[in-house]
Ligand binder design. Structure first.
Ligand code: SAM
Length: 170
């Protein structure tokens, strides 16, 4: 996915949650035009303990990134098409790129993206819009998928905490 408009002082907490949400709901990477080192530290720490291959990447050339993306590019915006209509056409196997803003996104994003998709036409949050989109397209299994090289595995439980620590032999 691509995160536009991150402002280090203002958006650090929400961008951190966006990274963790993207990872937990099945995205394999998140790209920022400029990476904030404190986000990197949090993502590294979660990946180290909970496993998986999620990456945080920097690419200032985000317009070519969208333009040259081979699968669908889905810009999430309250002005877009209903997600129930738009996402029904998307096949997860096509390698989608999901784009979210923080502040107002540059106007050309609406043209660069192959789809402008709304999760409702009310303003809310990029985290809610992203999680709904990933859940719709990828389904719920991603949320419970085993992550390679995890040190900590949480077993679903209806009471208490069932946490397994994995001996990685190191
Ligand atoms: N004032 C900003 C604007 O006019 O674009 C609102 C930004 S909103 C806090 C941050 C991001 O959340 C948006 O760029 C968009 O990606 C996402 N978002 C917010 N509401 C949404 C909705 N109803 N559907 C889809 N995405 C939404």
């Amino acid at each position: 996915m691509l995160r536009l408009g991150h402002r280090p002082a203002h958006d650090r907490r929400i961008s951190t949650h966006l990274c963790l949400t993207a990872r937990a709901f099945g995205a394999d990477r998140i790209v920022f035009p400029s990476v904030d080192s404190s986000l990197e530290a949090t993502v590294d720490d979660i990946r180290e303990r909970f496993g998986g291959g999620f990456s945080l990447e920097e690419d200032p050339e985000w317009r070519p990134l969208i333009r040259e993306h081979e699968g669908p590019s889905i810009h999430l915006t309250m002005y877009g098409q209903r997600h129930t209509d738009a996402l029904a056409e998307i096949d997860a196997g096509d390698g989608m790129l999901v784009i979210v803003g923080a502040e107002k996104v540059p106007a050309d994003v609406y043209d660069l993206a192959t789809h402008n998709v709304a999760v409702g036409n009310q303003p809310h949050s990029e985290i809610a819009a992203l999680s709904t989109t990933l859940l719709d397209v990828l389904g719920p299994d991603e949320l419970y998928a085993e992550r390679a090289d995890a040190e900590i595995v949480i077993e679903p439980s209806d009471r208490g905490k069932d946490v397994r620590e994995v001996d990685r032999g190191g």
